[in-house]
Ligand binder design. Sequence first.
Ligand SMILES: NC(=O)c1ccc[n+]([C@@H]2O[C@H](COP(=O)([O-])OP(=O)(O)OC[C@H]3O[C@@H](n4cnc5c(N)ncnc54)[C@H](OP(=O)(O)O)[C@@H]3O)[C@@H](O)[C@H]2O)c1
Length: 259
Amino acid sequence: MKNLTALVTGASRGIGKGIVLTLAKQGYNIIAIARNPNGLRLLKEEIEKNYPVQCLAFSLDIGDLKDQEVWFSNHFPALPEIDLLVNNAGIAPDKRSDILECSIESYDKVLNTNLKGVFFFTQKIAQRMVASIQKDIKKDYKPRIIFITSISAITASPNRAEYCISKAGLSMTSQLYAVRLAEYNIPVFEIRPGIIMTDMTEPVRSKYDALIQQGLLLQKRWGTPEDVANCVKSIAEGNFDYATGSVFEISGGFSILRL
Ligand SMILES: NC(=O)c1ccc[n+]([C@@H]2O[C@H](COP(=O)([O-])OP(=O)(O)OC[C@H]3O[C@@H](n4cnc5c(N)ncnc54)[C@H](OP(=O)(O)O)[C@@H]3O)[C@@H](O)[C@H]2O)c1
């Protein structure tokens, strides 16, 4: 069994669950984070029933810095070294509304969860990764960090401006950590999913069904959590260690300009 641990946020459903199951299959021990304890309990049961790995699950709201503070002081010190951090937790606005009507509440909620919370969460984990490397705490320790952003980082949807802004900011966050952590040989990557079939896209399923059929994507199908998880797996295997700061778009060819 590998002595490797992956921490994945937003692990209980959708893309995060796909990532966690793929990594568990690869022999990673899992630290799973989400808000709903029931989803986490089911995930832990599924992992430990099917794979010979350990799954520690924590209920934590990434968008709540006070909640994070409590988690970092109560739980983090006892956890094993983190070999792979996957910042996946994220939310869409509760309701899509035009940029001219976007409320302060929705803006704050989405930005706190998708950007501010992830920025500070990563900061604490990165500090420990650096300290562990400097103190040579774990043999052959080679941590990596992944940010799950979105094609919305580079695609303007004025009916969910706060989401697009959060993902554009997260894309820069990935670049910034790539620059800062390079001297410690910690590679940082951004994965930009396209249109992926999960709970998040359930409310817009028929709209995207039609757009996909009309040729929005080069590959005429919805993406799956496994499509994203396969990219994470390849990064985790070290295949892109000389490509820190790279952006992987998993979108069926969404962003190729065509005429
Ligand atoms: N689906 C897509 O088409 C698509 C496309 C591009 C990018 N993305 C991005 O991919 C990531 C995953 O999306 P998804 O489609 O898998 O979403 P999803 O099906 O709604 O699942 C979101 C996951 O994140 C957790 N979560 C949400 N808010 C959280 C918070 N504040 N703190 C901790 N955990 C939280 C959820 O569990 P709890 O509810 O229990 O907290 C759940 O496990 C997001 O960052 C999203 O923006 C998705």
